[in-house]
Design a protein around this ligand. Structure first.
Ligand SMILES: Nc1ncnc2c1ncn2[C@@H]1O[C@H](COP(=O)(O)OP(=O)(O)OP(=O)(O)O)[C@@H](O)[C@H]1O
Length: 586
């Protein structure tokens, strides 16, 4: 049976659940909420104290205790607001931190094809702009219940002061609520659209920066800038629609508040004239009404910002819902022990079609490679050589057929254990943004000694190049201190030399080497092949004519396999390939 496509291989990942995220630190959250409640109580007490001051003033009573209580309420309210705000910010920062770590970790574990399809820039936007939007949810999620509580408590006190005026207030606020709910419904879709547009622009910009040398060489800055400007224009247009919707919220708030104010003043004035309401009570009522305004605003704008946070959460969950490449059962599985004497790699009737490609890249290929020695995979461009290597390292999985590594089907190997057995030198000779030392030790389970590092650098002829770097082996690579193409290639080979892997895969390893280094490369590969299985994909046949085994691929099928002289003699496509390279026959 063929492997399942990588897309469905992994377990369903855990989604971002806001309630769980908010309650991971219940102690601090409770503290923040209690302090915020204290601040709310202080704010609620102030108008009642004003009413008391007016009454005491009219009755010629001492105002000292009233003023002292007002000071305590004001200062206490300010302090508790500050401390609860800080505690909530802390909870928000921790949530964003956890979320970023989870998203980055998950993105690194996605299948290569899925990462390419998503786009690196768009993925990066999830930990930048989406995470920031999500962070504000903490504040809002706690502000909203408090604002609702403030409004409810205020309304209750208002009912106690004068129920008729309260009814007038509630009816006016109801008009406002209907308007705001209608706006908010449309706002969430708009925010999702904005975040997707941010992702698209980040994706194109990242891709352009990666291709900057080519863009400059072909004077394509205007072309690239035009495409970026078109993305920016799409983002501007959708953000503008969002801004229009957003601007309607304060407009609705102002309208609702003014409506309430006018209605209360007219009704209150009439009740005052009729003697149904005292001046002190009316003043307190008006203060409460004014105090309700910020809480109602918090409620309305908070729901708006919550929509942004929810849209960001959805985008993060979309990413977390992508299955990682490892199998669900990998976690509980022990790695098989390599079978003594079994071939390093066996392909049995393996076919593979790239996602989105019409034709199969490989059609039922079968071959095996010995436990030690050099195997060369050759063939014209597009024959399927790189696809073959990708299948061995399980970057992709066969559409049909099976592959075994060191005597076990690749499906029986936990992914990590399989890759620990294989060193892979890719076409780009990729170096991480890390020191030369860290780059060299990527494939190792134990730390390499200085002696081992020096021997590997010497074997690939890099000793002097690394010594010339500002901090030698401890120089961070990738920014100011980058290496040339050939040096990167030799670093990648030294990394393979230092790894513990029994199988070494080399994709196009000599394209950037000069004559001297190519000879050195051949010597290193021969050394490697003495104790490991080395599988090389190469166009330059001069480097593989000493291979113990050559597999000739054409159009996704193995047309022949054998050693160099045998293939030269009996395989016409191989002879033609060799002739096209003008390599001496012997
Ligand atoms: N990511 C991909 N999506 C779709 N098709 C792909 C992808 N990668 C390779 N192919 C197609 O699969 C076929 C085999 O490609 P592969 O890269 O394995 O060939 P190759 O022999 O290594 O070529 P080259 O020597 O030019 O690097 C080609 O027809 C190629 O167009």
């Amino acid at each position: 049976m063929a492997d399942q496509p990588a897309r469905t291989a992994g377990p369903a990942p855990d989604k971002v659940r806001l309630r769980r995220e908010l309650t991971t630190d219940p102690g601090r959250l409770t503290c923040a909420l209690l302090l915020a409640l204290g601040a709310t109580a202080a704010a609620l007490a102030l108008p009642l104290l004003v009413q008391k001051i007016i009454n005491d003033f009219s009755a010629h009573r001492s105002l000292g205790p009233d003023i002292a209580m007002m000071c305590v309420a004001a200062v206490g309210g300010a302090l508790t607001t500050a401390v609860s705000g800080f505690l909530l910010a802390r909870i928000g920062e921790r949530m964003t931190y956890r979320l970023r770590i989870r998203i980055m970790d998950h993105a690194l574990r996605l299948p290569l094809a899925v990462v390419r399809a998503q786009g690196t820039g768009d993925l990066a936007a999830r930990i930048t702009s989406d995470a920031l939007l999500l962070r504000q949810v903490v504040e809002i999620a706690t502000q909203l219940p408090l604002a609702a509580l403030t409004v409810t408590c205020t309304l209750l006190v208002m009912v106690w002061i004068d129920w008729v005026l309260t009814l007038v207030t509630v009816l006016s606020l109801a008009v406002l609520t209907v308007l705001v709910v209608l706006i908010l419904r449309r706002l969430k879709d708009n925010v999702t659209g904005q975040q997707n547009a941010v992702g698209r622009i980040a994706q194109r910009f990242t891709a352009d920066l990666e291709a900057l040398t080519t863009i400059k060489a072909y004077r394509a800055e205007p072309v690239a800038a035009r495409a970026l400007a078109a993305d920016a224009e799409r983002l501007r247009a959708i953000s503008l629609r969002g801004a229009r919707l957003g601007a309607l919220i304060p407009a609705a708030l102002t309208l609702g508040n003014q409506l309430a104010m006018i209605a209360v003043i007219l009704t209150g004035g009439a009740r005052l004239a009729a003697g149904d309401l005292g001046v002190a009570a009316f003043a307190a009522f008006l203060l409460y009404l004014l105090q309700t305004v910020p809480s109602v605003s918090t409620l309305a704008t908070g729901f708006g910002r919550l929509q942004s946070g929810l849209a960001a959460r959805d985008r993060c969950n979309e990413l977390l819902a992508l299955a990682p490449e490892s199998d669900p059962q990998d976690a509980g599985r022990t790695a098989p022990v390599p079978l003594p004497g079994a071939p390093a790699v066996v392909f049995s009737s393996v076919s593979y079609t790239h996602a989105g490609a019409g034709d199969a890249a490989l059609r039922g290929i079968s071959f095996s490679t010995a436990r030690t020695g050099l195997t060369a995979v050759v063939g014209p461009s597009g024959a399927g050589k790189s696809t073959t290597l990708s299948l061995i390292d399980r970057f992709i999985r066969p559409s049909s057929g099976s592959i075994s590594v060191l005597g076990h089907d690749t499906r029986q190997w936990p992914l990590d254990a399989l890759r620990a057995r294989i060193a892979y030198v890719d076409q780009a000779f990729t170096l991480l943004e890390a020191t030369a030392r860290e780059n060299l030790q990527l494939g190792r389970t134990t730390r390499a000694s200085d002696g081992e590092l020096a021997a590997a650098l010497d074997a690939v002829g890099l000793t002097e190049d690394i010594a010339r770097l500002p901090q030698g082996l401890d120089t961070p690579l990738g920014r100011e201190s980058d290496l040339s193409g050939g040096q990167r290639q030799r670093m990648a080979l030294a990394r393979a030399l230092l790894s513990d892997a029994e199988i070494v895969l080399l994709d196009e390893p000599t394209s950037q080497l000069d004559g001297l280094n190519e000879q050195r490369f051949r010597a290193v590969v021969q050394d490697l092949a003495a104790t490991r299985a080395v599988i090389v994909v190469a166009h330059r046949l001069s480097t593989v004519q000493h291979a113990h085994h050559v597999i000739m691929l054409t159009g996704g099928t193995v047309v022949d396999a054998g050693d160099h002289p045998t293939l030269l003699e009996r395989c016409t496509p191989y002879r033609e390939l060799v002739a096209s390279q003008r390599v001496p026959a012997h």
